[in-house]
Every structure is written in structure tokens, then in C-alpha cells.
Design a protein around this ligand. Structure first.
Ligand code: SAM
Ligand code: DTB
Ligand code: SF4
Length: 331
């Protein structure tokens, strides 16, 4: 069944709610750890094979020199992070990387560009990449910044399965992190993506110095969207030298695991993605995240510009935990 149809058939369940109050979300966060994990794992088993993890690989198709000021991001032109900029990658290189990701076992290929928003001529090039990656038998995902209606339609037409666009944090904390575009801009792009019939991949980053309340508000925003995002990436901030968020007090591991568990409880039919930050996590912490309901990862030795665990480390962890890859709608 295509991912859209699957989510639609599940949307009628009373467990799929869009009316979360922040106080209820805080109550979930404040449950005893064992009670929260049990609740999350119980719901996880109602919607998914508990031992299956969907794996996506990332490629930065246009790197650095970004006009935005996202305080976490090594690709902003405003911060000296020593990252070399690269223009839009040629099609053959993108397809070679996608083919390699497929050989390594990924089911989805996600292409990211350091743009505030793409130009129409960029969209044409990215559309060719999407069509080429899809022809390899992979699901496709792109993250390109803000989009217009005609751009979302063009991307859908080229065979795009998912669009990643994160809310990043609560509306209240957002202006501490980004000043060059608004929370509403992000919500507008998400609505355009949804209206074009593209699956939504939308989540956030924790460990940016936000409060408990900000994390609860982020999850309430995500779950109260008109439809739950099919994919919900929960990123742990990767601190990069030169960015304003370098030196932020690291988030406690249990709070991170609780964030995964609360996302699972609130969006039980969505893929909750254990995203950036895995390189710094122990096997035990990642195992707790899977127990809390994470059931997808970014796989491959690089995220967009920063490091991710080695592929052999991930297979070794999967073997230790008895996890298996799966969950793609077109494989
Ligand atoms: N430029 C586009 C945009 O911002 O929408 C697409 C690429 S952007 C790098 C994709 C997402 O990566 C961001 O929204 C953010 O959530 C995440 N991200 C970027 N830098 C990160 C970091 N240092 N740690 C964790 N997540 C990060
Ligand atoms: C998402 O939520 N996390 C990924 C993906 N979507 C595009 C990106 C993480 C980027 C981490 C910093 C970097 O490698 O540049
Ligand atoms: Fe640019 Fe995206 Fe990085 Fe923000 S997150 S600086 S928009 S690449």
C-alpha cells in the first residue's frame, strides 16, 4: 500500500489526534521513564513491526554559502566553519552516489541543498535528479528550503516521494535560532508540500539550549498539523565550530530518549527518525531510542556535511539488536 494510503486509513483511529494541549505533552514527558517507554513501545507495536527500521541515505547536492542565519548550521555563509562551498552537483555524480547508497542497503535517498529557496531553473535540475534516483528503485526525498506552489507541483510530477522541511523548535524559541525567515514561512511551505500530494518529512532539533516547554511545544505543533508528517526526524544538535550554537550545554541522553518516546506516542503511525547526532551516541543510547519507538535512521558515513556512524557499525548494531531494514513503500 502506498505510504499516503496507509496513513489515510490509519488517520481514522482515535489514537491519531490533532488537538494536543502543551500541558498533556508535558505530562507525557514527566511520566516515570519506564511507564513512558512502555506506552511508546505498546503503541509502536500497534502500527509497526517493532524490529524493522527504515534506512535513508543523505547527499548534499549543493553545499555551503547559504544566505540564512540558522544558528546551528555549518552551511550558513554568515559563520566561519571552514566548510568548502560546492555548486549544484552534476546529475551523474548524484546518480553514482544514489546507486552506492542502494548497494549499501538504503531504501530512500535524500538530497539536501543549502538554499533559502530554490530558483525555478534549480528545480528543473533537481527534478532530473529525482527522476534518475527513482529509476534506480529508491524512494526519493529532497530538502531545498522554501517552495512556491508551482515548484511543489513540478517536484511531485518528477516522482518525489518525500519533502523534508523541519520546524526545528517551538515557535517561541525559533527567533533565538533563526531570524531570516519565520515560523509561518515554514508552515506555509509544509502546507504547499502537503497540498501537492508529497509525503511530509518534518521534525526538529533538540539540544539547542531550548527548555522542556519548547520541546513539548515543538511536538504539539507537529502533531497538530492537519495531518501528521509521515516522517518525523528528531535531530540532536551536532555542534560545529564557528556556529553560534557551538558550546551549548549538551542535552541529557534520557531527555533525548523521552523526546523520541513522546513523538511516538503523539504520532503513532509516523516514522520517527533517529537523525543527526548518532555519531556521538553509544549503542546503548541508540537501543533505548529504538525501544522508545524510533524506527528509521540516516545511514551512511556522512549526514550532509558532518559525520555519521560508519555503515559497518550500524550493521553490527542492527545484528546485536535483531533489527532488520524495511518499511519502504516501493521496494
Ligand atoms: N536549506 C534547507 C533548509 O534549511 O530547509 C535544507 C537543508 S537543512 C541543512 C536541513 C535540516 O538539517 C535543518 O532544517 C536542520 O533541522 C538540520 N540541521 C542542520 N544543521 C544541523 C546540525 N548542526 N545539527 C542537527 N541538525 C541540523
Ligand atoms: C534532518 O532532519 N536531518 C538531516 C536531514 N533532515 C536533511 C540533516 C542533518 C544535518 C546535520 C548537519 C550536517 O551534516 O550538515
Ligand atoms: Fe541554509 Fe538550510 Fe543551513 Fe539554514 S539550515 S543555513 S537554510 S542550509
Amino acid at each position: 500500500m502506498p505510504a499516503n494510503a496507509l496513513t489515510e486509513s490509519l488517520e481514522i483511529s482515535p489514537l491519531i489526534r490533532h488537538n494536543w494541549q502543551v500541558s498533556e505533552v508535558n505530562d507525557l514527558f514527566n511520566l516515570p521513564f519506564n511507564d513512558l517507554i512502555f506506552k511508546a513501545q505498546t503503541l509502536h507495536r500497534q502500527y509497526f513491526d517493532p524490529n524493522e527500521v527504515q534506512i535513508s541515505s543523505l547527499l548534499s547536492i549543493k553545499t555551503g554559502s547559504c544566505s540564512e542565519d540558522c544558528g546551528y548550521c555549518p552551511q550558513s555563509a554568515r559563520y566561519d566553519t571552514g566548510l568548502p562551498s560546492e555548486a549544484l552537483m552534476p546529475l551523474d555524480q548524484v546518480l553514482a552516489a544514489a546507486n552506492n547508497a542502494k548497494t549499501q542497503g538504503a531504501s530512500r535517498f535524500c538530497m539536501g541543498a543549502a538554499w533559502r529557496q530554490p530558483k525555478d531553473r534549480d528545480i528543473e535540475k533537481v527534478a532530473d535528479m529525482i527522476a534518475g534516483v527513482k529509476a534506480l528503485g529508491l524512494e526519493t526525498c529532497v530538502t531545498l528550503g522554501m517552495l512556491t506552489d508551482s515548484q511543489t507541483q513540478r517536484l511531485k510530477q518528477s516522482g518525489l516521494d518525500y519533502y523534508n522541511h523541519n520546524l526545528d523548535t517551538s515557535e517561541q524559541y525559533y527567533s533565538e535560532i533563526i531570524t531570516t525567515r519565520t515560523y509561518q514561512d515554514r508552515l506555509d511551505t509544509l502546507a504547499r508540500v502537503r497540498d501537492a500530494g508529497i509525503n511530509v518529512c518534518c521534525g526538529g532539533i533538540v539540544g539547542m539550549g531550548e527548555s522542556h516547554d519548547d520541546r513539548a511545544k515543538l511536538l504539539a505543533q507537529l502533531a497538530n498539523l492537519p495531518k501528521h508528517p509521515e516522517s518525523v526526524p528528531i535531530n540532536m544538535l551536532v555542534q560545529v565550530e564557528g556556529t553560534p550554537l557551538m558550546g551549548t550545554e549538551p542535552l541529557d541522553a534520557f531527555t533525548f530518549v523521552r523526546t523520541i518516546a513522546v513523538a511516538r506516542v503523539m504520532m503513532p503511525a509516523s516514522r520517527v527518525r533517529l537523525s543527526a547526532g548518532r555519531k556521538a551516541m553509544s549503542d546503548e543510547m541508540q537501543a533505548l531510542c529504538f525501544l522508545a519507538g524510533a524506527n528509521s535512521i540516516f545511514y551512511g558515513e556522512k549526514l550532509l556535511t558532518t559525520e555519521n556512524p560508519m555503515t559497518n557499525e550500524d550493521w553490527s548494531l542492527f545484528n546485536k539488536l535483531g533489527l532488520h531494514p524495511g518499511g519502504s513503500s516501493n521496494l
